[in-house]
Write a protein that binds this ligand. Sequence first.
Ligand code: ATP
Ligand code: MG
Length: 210
Amino acid sequence: MSETANPPASGTADEAERHRTRTRKHKAVVDAKIAAATIDKGLLLVITGNGKGKSSSAFGMVARMLGYGRRAAVFQFIKGSDDIGERAFFARQDGCSWNICGEGFTWETQNRERDIAAARAGWAKARAALADPAIALVVLDELTYLVTYRYLDLDEIMPAILARPPMQHVVITGRSAHQALIDAADTVSSVQDVKHAFRAGVRAQEGIDR
Ligand code: ATP
Ligand code: MG
């Protein structure tokens, strides 16, 4: 039987008191940390790692931002023809611009020159978004691959990101994030691949994987 995180339903009065004291102390520590965090700023977030959940996390933040009536711009590098559910949804939302900037992975397109041209054209549009203070959130989905494949140089990417409007948030996703991106970021998460249904022969499922 698996253990649960909750304390047992029954217990002595002593246990209940100890639990109250412990949670009170914990709350005081958390409250103090919350009170000490007073800065508002545009964040750079990097969501990397081999596990599933990078792009869908970024798109979750798009939903949050649009929920506040603010604007978001998504740039989907690499991904090409095969449509994903988020695009079908977000492209019809007010305040969301969705840009497909790639034609698929190189091993699908077999045409490096065309991939590079698509990446560069996408980056030019992304750079314009990174200079627009009216856009509260810019998602650069799968950007890390442009660096890995040398379609784009970090020397081109970093200045645009660092010079963006001070309150604009940027989320970068993709495996093997370059150290310069990690160093520049405020928040970095690495999603660990513990298990994936694909390895058991399950194909990408609508609404879950795409
Ligand atoms: P998601 O878009 O679901 O958040 P992701 O952005 O973390 O996934 P990508 O590397 O961009 O992951 O791959 C996207 C697609 O590949 C999704 O269909 C996802 O389920 C699948 N995928 C992600 N990680 C793995 C993995 N470790 N093994 C097999 N398939 C994976
Ligand atoms: Mg992804």
